[in-house]
Design a protein around this ligand. Structure first.
Ligand code: ADP
Ligand code: ZN
Length: 610
């Protein structure tokens, strides 16, 4: 026996089975209860309200903060044969009236509305007249002042509970931390809602951290492993976004900039292009990304250190929503840490807030410098235990060697101490290595007992040691943010020799060269690993999809996701039924596109199964 929900999943969406808690959530809402859903990006939150919307009588009202993205969400539903519309200020009056008429006439299963619109008396009156099946509050963390996307209008959404007490509400977010969750429950009056909290693991994302050396050429190397793929490169400042995008374009990469300082029209245009065209590299500040539900973002690269692990998790979470392999790559150096400390020190925030921000930065550093599994670190930060090392991060696939670094740590710390806790890492390394350096001589640091005691490591290796000591809180970067390193409470135990220090063995120059070469070898392989003999068919499938998308003015993924095309490529069905059996091909899409894709597939030779 199949349930009504499963039937809809198969017939409308073309998927074989529910994932995780989707079925329980759908049951709860369809049955008239409230729910709070915390699921990572890409886990399938939309179905949790879209299927109840199709099962219940009336129109589901979806509150979504991002006007620019509503259109694509509605387009995707229409492709599935679902009656959906949106209402926002970007539409002309006549269009708005037509949507309102359709709402009144009960013609709609889903209506997407921006919160400020929903809260108008006019809209609330209309909803009171219409038959509303449920309220879905997407990106529910926007009610939280604690979180990073606070939207004052979201606060007023409690009115839904007061004005429409009998109608089920479902609030959804991919933000994992407990304070935000508590605030959502409180602010949206969801005390009686059942909470569905999933694991926040994103198994298909490969996590990698590299030490910053020459970040541009490192980025170019990284991107050459993702040629033709869509991805995001995050930078800290607007200026760096502009410069990096321009430089990438010169390198022949299809890059676009995005930051809050650009004028709104240019920004929207770039966002639209990223969503609609294949293979664009969006170079952006963190102003970019919320609500971007492009499923085929294959990588998220950070050229600068993000401010917190929550932020990093959110930003990298935009990769691989379709479940196919994706990569999160972070390139950082001690300079980033210094810059962020300066940022915090110079901000207008209260001392208390600054303390919180410093603690968040520390957690991020610990992640970047860990010698253990990155996924375990990341999930532990969200209070989740991930039992075994993941096998899909750089430290798992290529375990760093660790060693007893107590003596090196003592040398570094005592060098900081003897030179008066007034210098940055560059100068300290010069002292340790006994460099014939003008400033070292001028300051008389060539007579310190630590002068030249560290010749066994090269400068890069020393910098790695210093970074690790900062990450372990054995050194602190000065709050003024000039890169000055100072001892901490914890340094004393190490200096006395009471506390051992385990360090990751920093690679020497020849090892670094070998590593770079082997990475380059790997790089000819793209995320989706299309084999040479598959390339021609893959390209015709993508071209067919691109033509259909262009004709209709929708993003390519609205026609079919990469995962669906990939399954076609691998299985090469030769009948319409065969196409209908592919995941992501529901009844409406089979009727619309089945023949066209069948044509492409039958023109190619059938797959040879070993
Ligand atoms: P979220 O909003 O949680 O980030 P989405 O709702 O966009 O995630 O879903 C992510 C992707 O997973 C989409 O491509 C969606 O179609 C797909 N998906 C969701 N549920 C299922 C399922 N049960 N089976 C197969 N694919 C699914
Ligand atoms: Zn791992």
């Amino acid at each position: 026996m199949t349930s009504a929900a499963l039937d809809v999943l198969r017939r409308v969406f073309g998927y074989a089975a529910f994932r995780g808690e989707q079925e329980a959530i759908i049951g709860r809402i369809t049955g008239g209860g409230d729910a709070l859903v915390l699921m990572p990006t890409g886990a399938g939150k939309s179905l949790c309200y879209q299927i109840p919307a199709l099962l219940r009588t009336g129109t589901a009202i979806v509150v979504s903060p991002l006007i620019a993205l509503m259109q694509d969400q509605v387009a995707a539903l229409r492709q599935l044969g679902v009656e959906a519309e949106f209402l926002n200020s970007s539409q002309d009056a006549a269009t708005q009236r037509e949507v309102e008429r359709r709402l009144d006439a009960s013609e709609l299963k889903l209506l997407y509305v921006a919160p400020e619109r929903l809260l108008t008396e006019r809209c609330l009156d209309q909803l009171a007249r219409a038959q509303v099946s449920l309220f879905a509050i997407d990106e529910a963390h926007c009610v939280s002042q604690w979180g990073h996307d606070f939207r004052p209008e979201y606060r007023a959404l409690t009115i839904l509970h007061e004005r429409f007490p009998g109608i089920p509400r479902i609030a959804l977010t991919a933000t994992a931390d407990a304070p935000t969750r508590r605030e959502i429950v409180e602010r949206l009056n969801l005390g009686d809602a059942r909470q569905f909290i999933s694991s926040f693991d994103r198994p298909n994302i490969l996590y990698r951290v590299v030490e910053k050396d020459n970040s541009r050429s490192q980025l170019a190397d990284f991107l050459s492993g993702h040629a033709g793929e869509s991805g995001i490169v995050y930078c800290l400042s607007r200026k760096k976004v502009e410069e990096t995008a321009a430089w990438l374009v010169v390198q022949g990469i299809n890059a676009l900039p995005y930051h809050a300082g650009m004028d709104a029209a240019a920004r929207t245009l770039n966002q639209q292009r990223f969503l609609r065209e294949d293979g664009i590299v969006m170079t952006a500040t963190i102003a970019f990304g919320m609500g971007i539900d492009k499923p085929d973002v294959r990588f998220v690269a950070h050229l600068d250190l993000p401010k917190s692990l929550e932020g990093y998790y959110q930003e990298t979470g935009r990769a691989g929503r379709d479940g196919l392999p994706a990569e999160a790559w972070l390139c950082y150096g001690l300079g980033d840490v210094v810059a962020l400390h300066r940022f915090i020190a110079q901000s207008e925030s209260s001392e208390e807030r600054k303390r919180v921000e410093r603690a968040k930065l520390d957690a991020l550093l610990a992640y970047a410098e860990t010698i253990g599994c990155r996924r375990q670190r990341l999930l532990a930060y969200f209070g989740e235990t991930f039992a075994a090392p993941c096998g899909n991060c750089d430290n798992c696939t290529n375990p760093p060697l660790s060693f007893d670094g107590s003596v090196l740590a003592q040398k570094a710390l005592s060098c900081v101490f003897r030179s008066g806790q007034r210098y940055g890492v560059g100068h300290l390394v010069n002292i340790l290595r006994g460099e014939d350096d003008e400033r070292v001589h001028a300051l008389g640091h060539d007579v310190l007992s630590t002068f030249g005691v560290g010749a066994e490591l090269d400068a890069r290796q020393w910098r790695s040691v210093f970074r690790q000591l900062v990450a372990m809180n054995l050194l602190a970067t000065d709050a003024d943010g000039y890169g000055v390193l100072r001892l901490t409470e914890a340094s004393r135990g190490v200096l006395r020799g009471d506390v051992p220090v385990t360090l990751r063995r920093p690679a020497d120059r020849s090892e670094r060269r070998t590593a770079r070469k082997s990475q380059r070898g790997e790089r000819t392989r793209q995320s989706l690993q299309i084999a040479p003999h598959e390339t021609a068919l893959w390209e015709s499938l993508r071209a067919t999809r691109a033509d259909l998308a262009r004709e209709q003015g929708v993003p390519a993924y609205v026609i079919f996701h990469d995962a669906t095309l990939l399954q076609m490529l691998r299985e090469r069905p030769q009948t319409l039924d065969g196409i209908g059996a592919i995941s992501g091909v529901g009844a409406a899409k089979l009727a619309r596109y089945g023949e066209v894709f069948l044509g492409v597939l039958t023109a190619a030779a059938p797959a040879v199964h070993a």
